[in-house]
Design a protein around this ligand. Structure first.
Ligand SMILES: Cc1ncc(COP(=O)(O)O)c(C=O)c1O
Length: 419
């Protein structure tokens, strides 16, 4: 294959199926560069999550790196998927999603947030939040004159998809220890080229829940610059202090907001990849125009199961937040006892800790050594930042609390050896 433009080499030796190095032209290198996966020599390295999970498997360390639960979710939800397979729901579902799940998402938005949505036109089922994000960004931005504003550090798919779209990523820093954006920074970041303000709240990797002032300023700026707000609310039910407030519920926000969530975190079914995006019908149609050519549809048997989950009683939703709050506290206490400074998260699976007092000057190196030193895997916050801003996060480490209590206790006792 003839190389075109700037060439990147894929290190195919990491793949199980191919063992040579080749030059491959195409848009993929924008995605890889956007996600920070291109090494100085042009080769592509795996994501930090793949690297650290492999390290955990190799060393037997406890994996507090990747954010997935190690316990099954509610039995009703699991049973509903088994029943759906037995009942023959194994072919393509309708393009927007099965009607029962569209209704269940609409009922959920009404029940928790007072948002009245037309299930036929204002809800779209996607292959996880990840596809919803990709389809929304690819639908709404178009080339180098467009800008997407994100809060940094950020979930890694954002930068990859923005790079694929060809738009410019503009970041607003979230700083230790509370990780709330400075409103002046936010105002400077948003301008007439801003097509999308992408807000992840509750926030991965920091665990921050944005204040009412931040949410209001996002809406004000989007109105002033005629931008669309895209929210990533996959941790909406994993908040520890106040109930979650979707930006779409703010005055004037709904008409310019696409809200994204998924069943993965709420029902501990991250492998099922059932997500949804809600908003005004014209924006949803624009997203559908792209989404139908990404996956078309997915998860026919999992869709009714997630509908069952969304209709579980309030006790279930309170229970998952209570359980994760207790785990957050357990993890936080263990990290403090080990000598970390800890930023107490208000939501999400994650806790960020500062390893400076433990001698760290580069969290990536610290994390690579942590399995040997303490038998635990975690992820450096620099993995969620653009190369220019990594220095700000140089000693910060993200730990996942979404593990069984005994696993967290064992991790805490291992980390105590760092002292
Ligand atoms: C902030 C955020 N958005 C989206 C996702 C992915 O969601 P899904 O598995 O539904 O695609 C994750 C998963 O870790 C996440 O942390």
């Amino acid at each position: 294959m003839a190389p075109m433009g700037r060439n990147y080499a894929i290190d195919l030796s990491r793949s199980s199926t191919v063992s040579a190095m080749r030059h491959i032209p195409g848009a993929w290198h924008r995605a890889a560069t956007g996600a920070g996966l291109v090494s100085a020599d042009g080769s592509i390295h795996p994501t930090i999550f793949a690297e650290m999970s492999a390290l955990a498997a190799r060393t037997g360390a406890i994996n507090l790196g990747q954010g997935f639960p190690d316990e099954d979710g509610p039995v009703e939800v699991l049973e509903a998927a088994r029943d759906a397979i037995s009942d023959g729901l194994n072919q393509y579902p309708p393009g927007r999603g099965i009607p029962d799940l569209l209704s269940a998402v609409s009922e959920h938005q009404q029940r928790f947030y007072g948002l009245g949505l037309d299930p036929a036109t204002e809800v779209l089922i996607t292959a996880g939040a990840t596809e919803a994000l990709a389809a929304a960004l690819l639908a709404l931005v178009d080339g180098p004159d467009d800008e997407v504003v994100v809060f940094e550090p950020y979930y890694d798919s954002y930068a990859a998809v923005v790079a694929l779209s060809g738009a410019r990523l503009v970041t607003v820093p979230l700083r230790w220890p509370d990780f709330q954006p400075d409103l002046d920074d936010l105002r400077r970041a948003v301008g007439d080229r801003t097509r999308v303000i992408l807000v992840n709240d509750p926030h991965n990797p920091t665990g921050a829940v944005f204040t009412a002032d931040v949410r209001a300023e996002v809406v004000r700026l989007a109105e002033r610059h005629d931008a669309v707000i895209v929210t990533d609310e996959v941790y909406e039910h994993l908040v520890f202090d106040e109930p979650h407030v979707p930006i779409a519920t703010l005055p004037g926000a709904f008409e310019r907001t696409l809200s994204i969530s998924s069943g993965g975190k709420t029902f501990s079914t991250t492998g099922w990849k059932i997500g949804w995006i809600t908003g005004p019908a014209d924006l949803i149609s624009a997203v559908l125009a792209v989404k139908q050519f990404l996956t078309y549809v997915n998860g026919s048997a999992f869709q009714p199961a997630i509908a069952t989950g969304l209709r579980l009683d309030d006790g279930f939703f309170r229970g998952i937040a209570d359980s994760l709050r207790a785990k957050r506290d357990l993890l936080g206490a263990g990290l403090r006892a080990a000598g970390f400074a800890v930023s107490t998260p208000a939501g999400s699976y994650f806790t960020v800790a500062d390893a400076r007092d433990l001698g760290a000057s580069d969290a990536a190196t610290f994390c690579r050594e942590l399995p040997e030193r303490a038998g635990v895997v975690a992820i450096s916050l620099t993995a969620f930042a653009t190369p220019e801003h990594r220095a700000e996060y140089a000693t910060l480490v993200r730990f996942a609390a979404c593990k069984r209590v005994e696993v967290l206790e064992e991790a805490a006792s291992r980390l105590a050896s760092l002292r």
